[in-house]
Design a protein around this ligand. Structure first.
Ligand code: CA
Length: 245
């Protein structure tokens, strides 16, 4: 590639945060654009078609959600929402509108860079993955539809395997319950959500049968599930949020 720099658009009105992220991304080799308003964000997006958007929701002219809606009318460009809003409803709304990930302020530089790398991998995966996925002790061989933990094969049902493979294709990013249900069963009725919970409980039990190896799939409580990032989530990965469902 003659120009292999990924282009990233930051839409954020707080100058301190903006310049912090700009400097971080710039020094990590990304071509970075900045927009302090939603309208300017739209205009820069249209002009430069960045590979990734980092989006603040609290913008002076409009709600950042409007930019997600605008972009998703035509493009699958990954969007990471960056916001001080922390309620589950806010996260769900942003993810359902088509945001790929959600980071709550304050965040660490390591976390932001890991999420950026994960989001940029979006276009590297197809719906029929080939090769292998590996994260810590977890290994998936896509062609053989086999899953191993610590070298030992884990017996999964077809549905359980499909869920694990789907989450691994999007590793590092939160997949909402409706998104997973659509991908696996093609519908979104309440029964499917219950089926997902049952399958997920079985998957987590099967993958986590060894002490200290229960964190391949994070439950982002009330939002969805996230498989750990193949390259970047190590022992310091955020603690799992267990639910009582
Ligand atoms: Ca703001």
């Amino acid at each position: 590639m003659s120009n292999n720099k990924f282009k990233i658009l930051i839409v954020e009105d707080e100058p301190t945060i903006c310049s912090f992220i700009y400097t971080l991304l710039d020094t990590n080799g990304y071509k970075t654009y900045v927009a302090p308003t939603c309208e300017l964000g739209k205009s820069i997006f249209t002009s430069y078609l960045p590979d990734l958007i980092i989006l603040d929701l609290g913008l002076p002219d409009r709600d950042g959600l409007e930019l997600i809606h605008y972009v998703r009318q035509k493009f699958m460009t990954p969007i990471i929402v960056l916001s001080a809003r922390t309620t589950e409803a806010d996260k769900i709304e942003a993810l359902d509108l088509g945001a790929n990930d959600y980071i709550t302020k304050p965040f660490s530089t390591g976390e932001l860079l890991a999420r950026v790398r994960a989001a940029l991998r979006l276009n590297r995966f197809s719906s029929n993955p080939t090769g292998v996925f590996q994260a810590q002790d977890l290994l998936i061989q896509y062609e053989r539809r086999k899953v191993y933990v610590g070298g030992e094969e884990i017996k999964l049902t077809q549905t359980e395997y499909n869920i694990v493979a789907f989450l691994s294709e999007h590793a590092g990013r939160v997949m909402t319950y409706p998104a997973i249900v659509r991908a696996i069963w093609g519908d979104t009725d309440c029964g499917s959500t219950k089926k997902l919970q049952v399958n997920m409980a079985n998957i987590r039990r099967k993958l986590g049968s060894r002490p200290g190896h229960n964190n391949y799939i994070m439950n982002e409580l009330g939002v969805g599930y996230r498989m750990i990032d193949a390259d970047h989530d190590g022992p310091d990965a955020p603690a799992d949020h267990e639910e009582n469902a």
